[in-house]
Design a protein around this ligand. Structure first.
Ligand code: ADP
Ligand code: MG
Length: 237
């Protein structure tokens, strides 16, 4: 499902945090919102998911204007840096939770949890509690839970920030594999240009609520729009 952001503006009080943003994300592609802390990356994700209202502009999902729609009416899954797993629940209960609250039949939930477990590589761990898992495994549970309702859009806000360096590299590849296998449209928020380059089809570099350049990693590295982009991509003039 494609995402179109049209003339997006978001203010907190007097401060303009997103300034007339435009972005087209094609169905099945994974893009990064890349930029320093405070540039408006998370705010953009909150607007796509519907958690935050925007002040001006439009959001189209699969060509449909969903600007005024609440989060439940958008087919979007979200993953945060803190995985926010329920500590008292098992892995199986955590993954199945979004279906349980919709009162789906137990047998259906069990089957879908099984499918998700295979997709994210968590076999044999269904009976454990989150505290009995590694950081990478907790991340996989979080992914499975976000995907179990088969959303058409996956939003990831600094999903790897809490992992150690080695796990981060493994999970970069794993998230990309899952994204490609499912064909889900994904938006990754990160301040790490290596992460953006290694995981995404296109990158939007942001500063002060504006997109400075939106391009493939290769293009952005080789033909940066300005010195700021060049510096951020690690290829200064
Ligand atoms: P990023 O994710 O790129 O680090 P954010 O989107 O979280 O940045 O924040 C962008 C700007 O908006 C920051 O200056 C931040 O302080 C401000 N901001 C974010 N949320 C709120 C809020 N609820 N109230 C006021 N200001 C906010
Ligand atoms: Mg953020």
């Amino acid at each position: 499902m494609g995402i179109q952001i049209r003339n997006f503006t978001k203010r907190f009080g007097q401060t303009t945090v997103i300034d007339n943003m435009n972005l087209d994300i094609e169905s099945g592609e994974m893009i990064a919102l890349l930029g320093p802390s405070g540039c408006g990356k998370s705010t953009t994700l909150f607007a796509i998911s519907g958690i935050h209202k925007i002040d001006e502009g439009q959001l189209l999902l699969a060509g449909e204007d969903v600007t005024g729609k609440p989060p439940q009416q958008r087919n979007v899954g979200v993953i945060f840096q803190s995985y926010a797993l329920y500590p008292h629940m098992t892995v199986e209960e955590n993954i199945g939770f979004p279906l349980m609250i919709r009162k789906e039949a137990k047998a259906d939930i069990k089957r879908k949890v099984q499918e998700m477990t295979e997709l994210v590589g968590l076999k044999g761990l269904l009976g454990r509690k989150p505290a009995e898992l590694s950081g990478g495994q907790q991340q996989r549970v979080s992914l499975a839970r976000a995907m179990i309702r088969r959303p058409e859009v996956l939003l990831l806000d600094e999903p790897l920030a809490n992992l150690d360096a080695r796990l981060r590299i493994t999970m970069r590849a794993e998230i990309r594999r899952i994204q490609q296998e499912t064909g889900i449209t994904a938006v990754l928020v990160t301040h790490d240009q290596v992460e953006a380059m290694s995981m995404c089809d296109r990158i939007a570099i942001m500063r002060d609520g504006k997109v400075l350049q939106y391009d493939t990693p290769e293009q952005m590295y080789q033909v940066p729009a300005n010195d700021y982009v060049a510096g951020f991509m690690g290829n200064p003039p």
